[in-house]
Design a protein around this ligand. Structure first.
Ligand code: FBP
Length: 548
């Protein structure tokens, strides 16, 4: 396969690791743990994997020789830069324990385990993928591993391949399922350990022991680069307002991190919108106010960052979406039978008065998206709703009204963008290359220590890599009980943006200046070669969280 010059140079990069992992390690046990909430319920559901201690790997002078082990690996959910390095670190880790150890990758996500679809990952394959973006080494998928039938089917192939440990690289839901699997295999004495690795560009799988999910760093840097370029363009031509939606599911971490990196004129944080119970009109008015103030200074241009999940956090929209879900679940056939041109009126007529009014106020394109795009569970796929267009259009209408009332004299022309897929498979930054390789290597150490139901953890990552701390966190420690599909289930608690956290506070303290002044930062592309202050910086979010 033909490669770019950067791909060739990058293949030779040796990821940095915590110092302890370079030689033999021994495990230091911390105190017993408990789940973040609902301790009694979680304990009851995980009798074999609840309460285990936090683990830390420290250097040891003792040379241990371990028998060869066969290990399986799965990539689960959306792509995130660095996944290939987790696999490379795992491969090198188990080979370092015993050169005859073997690694098997299950193909296209957790479904590969159930369907017995796999390939052995040998040194020549691994070498092709070191420090590259993407999940294409084995592919990824969103099949949920949750039933005992799936677990038993998976066990058949694990037994056949003599696999003694399985590493699941995924987000909060996949790691929850990894823990359910670990518990089940322990209960039936299957002889298979299960270890999780924290992945997702969304940044919502983090807590005091998992300081970042991998991929967040690179994805945000890619988006920040492009937003910076847009800002320079708009500061040059001075004729457009850019409405930029950013991926990230429910949490606004990506939007916030990008705002910290580029200092846009406006960044909406969904968690704040919900906390303040803002309506869509409130959000539109806030944006319009900034547009008016900037226009008074002759600045008819600017940038607005919008988190992907915003619509779900606007209380009134949440209510409308819930009623629409319910209505369409029960009347899908009737809806489909109505001629296309009359469908919106049909829906509007059948909604409660309040929701019908909100529905009628939406631009028809968005109203249509709300009625058409549903996932297999009957929910609206909010990522498909063009919030950037919705807000641009609504701000435009508000400004027209203000113009008529003589309160606004500026010009308002917009460009809309959505950044998500552009960053999910980018070449991992040094941070993600190092962090991911270390996570994989740590997973191998957890396997060697005979652990199950743990998530690989690498901490202190705002310090130079050799000071990073490798260890393991019991997955049950991160769990609480939540209602899912009408039933209470144990799940890893999702980390949303904390309004009393340092990153949001820094943003809130500065946003008024960024709104009116033009204080754009242009971060430029990720750098791989050069001084450490250019190449190895973690995210601003992480630095602020750690007070660095
Ligand atoms: P996960 O890491 O949680 O799997 O999701 C990442 C993500 O990129 C979200 O930000 C986004 O909403 C979603 O995946 C898009 O899903 P898909 O890849 O199926 O289009």
């Amino acid at each position: 396969m033909k490669k770019s010059a950067l791909q060739i140079a990058r293949a030779a990069y040796k990821p940095k690791m915590p110092k302890a992992l370079y030689g033999s390690v021994k495990v230091e046990n911390g105190a017993a743990t408990q789940s973040v909430a609902d301790q009694e319920e979680v304990k009851k559901l995980f009798p074999h994997t609840y309460g285990m201690p936090i683990l830390k790997f420290v250097e040891s002078s003792e040379q241990v020789s371990l028998p060869a082990i066969n290990v399986g690996v799965i990539l689960s959910g959306g792509q995130a830069p660095g996944g290939h390095n987790v696999i490379a670190g795992l491969f090198d880790g188990i080979k370092n324990l015993n050169v005859s150890s073997r690694l098997f990758g299950f193909l296209m996500g957790p479904g590969g385990l159930v369907d017995h679809d796999y390939k052995e990952l040998t040194a020549d394959i691994i070498d092709e993928y070191r420090n590259t973006g993407g999940f294409d080494i084995i592919g990824s998928g969103r099949t949920k591993l949750e039933s005992t039938e799936q677990f038993d089917k998976g066990l058949e192939i694990l037994k056949e391949l003599d696999i003694k440990a399985l590493v699941i690289i995924g987000g909060d839901d996949s790691n929850t399922n990894a823990c359910v699997l670990a518990e089940y295999y322990k209960e039936i004495n299957a002889g298979v350990q299960v270890i999780g690795c924290p992945k997702t560009i969304d940044g919502d799988l983090k807590n005091e022991m998992i300081e970042a999910s991998f991929g967040f760093d690179t994805a945000c840097k890619v988006y920040a680069e492009v937003i910076g370029n847009i800002q320079r363009d708009c500061n040059s031509a001075r004729k457009y307002w850019h409405f930029i939606k950013l991926m990230g599911r429910s949490a606004s971490h990506i939007a916030l991190e990008c705002a910290l990196q580029v200092q846009p004129n406006i960044c909406i944080i969904s968690e704040e919108v919900e906390a303040k119970e803002l309506s869509l009109d409130d959000v539109v008015s806030e944006i319009a106010d900034v547009v008016v103030k900037r226009a008074e200074n002759g600045n008819n241009f600017g940038t607005v960052l919008i988190p992907e999940g915003l619509i779900e956090f606007i209380p009134a929209m949440k209510g409308l979406i819930a009623e629409l879900n319910d209505f369409l679940a029960h009347h899908q056939r009737e809806f489909n039978a109505v001629p296309k041109d009359d469908q919106l009126v049909y829906v509007q007529k059948n909604l409660s008065a309040g929701n019908a009014k909100i529905f009628a106020s939406l631009p028809s394109g968005v109203a249509r998206q709300l009625t058409l795009d549903r996932d297999p569970h009957g929910n609206v796929q909010v990522s498909l709703i063009e919030t950037e267009k919705l807000l641009a259009e609504m701000v435009g209408s508000k400004l027209e009204e203000m113009k008529t009332a003589g309160k606004y004299k500026g010009k308002f022309a917009t460009q809309e963008h959505f950044f998500g897929y552009e960053g999910r498979c980018a070449i991992p930054s040094n941070y993600d290359s190092d962090y991911c390789y270390s996570l994989g290597y740590t997973a191998a150490a957890l396997i060697a220590a005979g652990k199950t139901g743990y998530m690989s953890s690498v901490r202190n990552t705002t310090a130079p890599a050799d000071e990073w701390i490798a260890g393991g966190v019991p997955v049950t420690m991160m769990m609480n009980m939540e209602r899912r599909h009408g039933k209470m289930k144990p799940v890893i608690q999702k980390a949303l943006v904390e309004l009393d956290g340092a990153p949001f506070k820094y943003f809130a303290a500065n946003r008024a200046d960024w709104a009116i002044g033009t204080e754009f930062i242009y971060p430029g592309p990720i750098q791989f070669f050069g001084p450490t202050e250019v190449c190895d910086q973690p995210t601003v979010t992480l630095k602020l969280e750690q007070g660095r």
